[in-house]
Design a protein around this ligand. Structure first.
Ligand code: FES
Length: 124
């Protein structure tokens, strides 16, 4: 059985950007329909002049789901909206140094929630 990378465990034990952004202007909350447990990710963002100035997550899920959420927010911070829309689940897993194959259903979800949050912003 594959193991988690050190970076996955670091993001799980010391998650970056946890919580809710005060005065957020983009929001998404979604449950993962592909995983067995229905893990849920909530993202709040403050976007100014098309740049993600702040992003925070609250995730109910396993190590893989938490680490992917944490890494996603790190990757998206200070990116333009267009750059953030190009972030994929593969980018997140690569940035974490990989993910055990049996946990990819959990990790391959966070980017889609980011894209939903940006669409929420664009609708306003
Ligand atoms: Fe549910 Fe991974 S098993 S999020």
């Amino acid at each position: 059985m594959e193991k988690y990378t050190k970076l996955v465990l670091d993001h799980f034990e010391h998650p970056r950007n946890v919580g809710e952004v005060k005065g957020y202007n983009a929001f998404a909350m979604s449950a993962n329909k592909k995983s067995l447990c229905g893990d849920t990710i909530k993202l709040t963002l403050r976007i100014e002049n098309n740049i993600i100035k702040d992003i925070k997550f609250q995730t109910l899920g396993c190590v893989a789901s938490m680490a992917a959420s944490s890494m996603l927010t790190s990757l998206a911070m200070n990116k333009t909206v267009d750059e953030a829309l190009k972030i994929t689940d593969i980018d997140v897993v690569k940035a974490l140094g990989g993910m055990p194959a049996q946990k990819l259903l959990c990790s391959n979800f966070a980017a889609s929630v980011l894209h939903q949050a940006i669409q929420d912003y664009m609708k306003k």
